[in-house]
Design a binder for this molecule. Structure first.
Ligand code: GRG
Length: 307
């Protein structure tokens, strides 16, 4: 792919140009959708904006936009579902950083929400962001058929709930200092991190034309592989990288005696596992041809990233 092309949002742009374009669109869309800082209750709205704007890799929005290419979904719709997913993600990070959970002081290179504001405000900011995500998905027209829009909302609810992200977090908290097996670790991460990644892909695609059952299954398999690979790489970076590069406290999992892919498999086998998941992800995209270009690139980015 040429580095000299300037089609920022389209397939001719380089991956970096495309990623920057999406990050810019996300910042603008979230800034518009979130209540302004001078709308009462101002401290709560300030905290919601603090936790959502001005940082993050925006991996989930990128996945939604990339998946939208395979169903030719209008970008105007995709930016709304991507913003909703990012609100859920921001809420999960705020709550995860609270003293009753991971108790962390640094996120995206800045003080965590409860340090910058206070615990009660952080808790409420997370609650309000979660509610707002559903408000946004239900008040915009995002699909050709109404039934598909209901499905978007249902999928998002499932990904957030006790059999998705919140359930994964509960298993994570219960597994500290426990001997858990590899399948148990995988199940925990498929819920905690994987569910939101999976739904980002599916929601992006559902904004466009209907996919066949096989296409849907292949896309979901891609998302599962990438979701798990994301977590394996997160575990690797937790031991190999540093706090400055990550923008969050490095070495946290080991310090907290949490089971990880590195603690269960060892560093090199964990890297090999991430590579196997990457190959599997690429394989499952074959039926989409060139429309899956960004999904391929994103899988590479997720596994090869160093932050
Ligand atoms: C509190 C219900 C509830 C859930 C929390 C997502 C989560 C569940 C906890 C986050 C803990 C964590 C650090 C998990 C590792 C993988 C992960 C989700 C990392 C953060 O996501 P990135 O790297 O963050 O996409 P940025 O800042 O780039 O948006």
């Amino acid at each position: 792919m040429s580095d000299q092309t300037h089609d920022k949002g389209g397939l001719k742009a380089t991956f970096n140009e495309w990623a920057q374009d999406i990050a810019g669109q996300m910042e603008k869309t979230l800034a518009e959708l979130l209540p302004s800082s001078n709308t009462p209750p101002t401290r709560l709205h300030d905290a919601m904006r603090y936790a959502t704007l001005g940082g993050g890799k925006r991996v989930r929005p990128m996945l939604a936009f990339a998946a939208a290419d395979v169903s030719a979904a209008p970008r105007e719709r995709v930016r709304i579902v991507a913003a909703a997913v990012e609100m859920i993600h921001a809420y999960s990070l705020i709550h995860d950083d609270l003293p009753c959970m991971d108790d962390d002081v640094l996120r995206r290179g800045r003080p965590t929400c409860h340090i910058e504001f206070d615990e009660a405000t952080a808790l409420l900011a997370g609650d309000a962001l979660q509610a707002m995500a559903f408000q946004v998905v239900s008040t915009h027209s995002l699909t050709e058929e109404a039934a598909n829009q209901i499905e978007l909302i249902r999928l998002l609810a499932e990904a957030c709930g006790s059999r998705g992200m919140a359930g994964g977090q509960a298993i994570d908290l219960a597994s500290v200092a426990q001997d858990i097996s590899l399948p148990e670790l995988e199940h925990m991460h498929m819920l905690k991190t994987g569910a939101l990644i999976r739904v980002s892909v599916m929601m992006g695609a559902l904004c466009g034309r209907n996919l066949t059952a096989t296409q849907r299954q292949k896309l979901d398999h891609y998302a599962k592989c990438v979701g798990l690979a994301f977590q394996v790489v997160d575990d690797i970076l937790d031991c190999e990288s540093n706090t400055e590069r990550l923008g969050k406290t490095a070495g946290k999992d080991q310090g907290a005696n949490k089971p990880t892919y590195v603690s269960l498999l060892g560093l090199n086998p964990a890297k090999q596992f991430a590579d196997e998941l990457l190959q599997d992800a690429h394989q499952s995209l074959q039926i989409f041809g060139v429309a899956a270009q960004r999904l391929h690139e994103l899988a590479d980015f997720i596994v090869r990233r160093d932050y």
